[in-house]
Design a protein around this ligand. Structure first.
Ligand SMILES: Nc1ncnc2c1ncn2[C@@H]1O[C@H](COP(=O)(O)OP(=O)(O)O)[C@@H](O)[C@H]1O
Ligand SMILES: Nc1ccn([C@H]2C[C@H](O)[C@@H](COP(=O)(O)OP(=O)(O)O)O2)c(=O)n1
Length: 209
């Protein structure tokens, strides 16, 4: 069984995917972390983030591993854990450029499609491009202000600055961020995290994984 959870930036995709995966007893996988990993490694290597060939060469020769646990995803480069470095503002600012590169999208998609079922996959295009035959599809939204207020709990910046950055990233990610026609759209604004997880679980075709 594959469940896809897509949505705009900071709409709650990872937290909801983790809650759903834990309830089902399956892993979840964060596709955004792979785009973030490509961005971080490109920045650390001093590459131009639009230089797809160099970026891909850099990714393919490194011992990268995505640990897709239900409790949270972790990314490793050999023995070095990258996870804590993947949500910095500089990665936030560069990631849309990297995510627009078809070569990088193909690299991410190949890794995702190699995963053994069952799992929950979250990102932007899980239900549209990567797993169009998923058993259940969801798309999370919330207003920019609500999302910025949530992110402000996790980041040192203030709400207006985070909100402006989110709106800009939404704009740059528009192409790959359309909901699948068969996705159930959930406005998470008026709901608690548990409320969103419960809404997803209640809408699954069966509770088996
Ligand atoms: N109703 C809600 N639905 C989803 N996330 C929520 C909700 N209320 C608060 N949050 C919080 O919003 C923050 C952003 O969620 P996250 O899962 O990181 O989003 P995304 O993966 O879409 O960037 C997290 O700290 C999460 O706990
Ligand atoms: N399937 C995906 C997942 C993420 N992306 C891009 C779009 C986002 O700007 C970045 C980071 O996504 P991530 O889900 O980690 O972060 P946000 O929820 O947007 O804060 O990657 C994508 O293009 N396709």
């Amino acid at each position: 069984m594959i469940v896809t959870i897509d949505g705009v930036a900071a709409s709650g995709k990872s937290s909801v995917a983790s809650g759903v995966a834990r309830a089902l007893g399956v892993p979840y996988v964060s596709s955004g972390l792979l785009y973030r990993t490509a961005t971080l490694l490109g920045l650390e290597a001093g590459l131009h983030l639009s230089d797809a060939a160099s970026l891909l060469a850099c990714l393919e020769k490194r011992p990268l591993r995505l640990e897709a646990l239900a409790e949270g995803n972790r990314v490793w480069l050999g023995d070095r854990e990258l996870t804590g470095d993947l949500h910095s503002s500089r990665v936030d600012q560069g990631v849309s450029v990297v995510a627009a590169l078809p070569e990088v999208r193909a690299w991410v998609d190949a890794q995702l499609r190699a995963l053994p079922e069952p799992f929950v996959a979250e990102g932007r295009d899980m239900g549209t491009n990567v797993f169009p035959h998923a058993d259940a599809k969801f798309y999370l939204t919330a207003s920019p202000r609500v999302r910025a207020e949530r992110r402000a709990q996790e980041r040192p910046e203030d709400v207006p600055a985070i909100e402006a950055a989110l709106v800009e990233r939404d704009r740059r990610d528009t192409v790959q961020s359309a909901p699948a026609p068969d996705a159930r759209v959930i406005d998470t604004g008026p709901l608690t995290l548990d409320g969103v997880v419960g809404t997803v679980l209640a809408a699954l075709p069966t509770r088996r994984a």
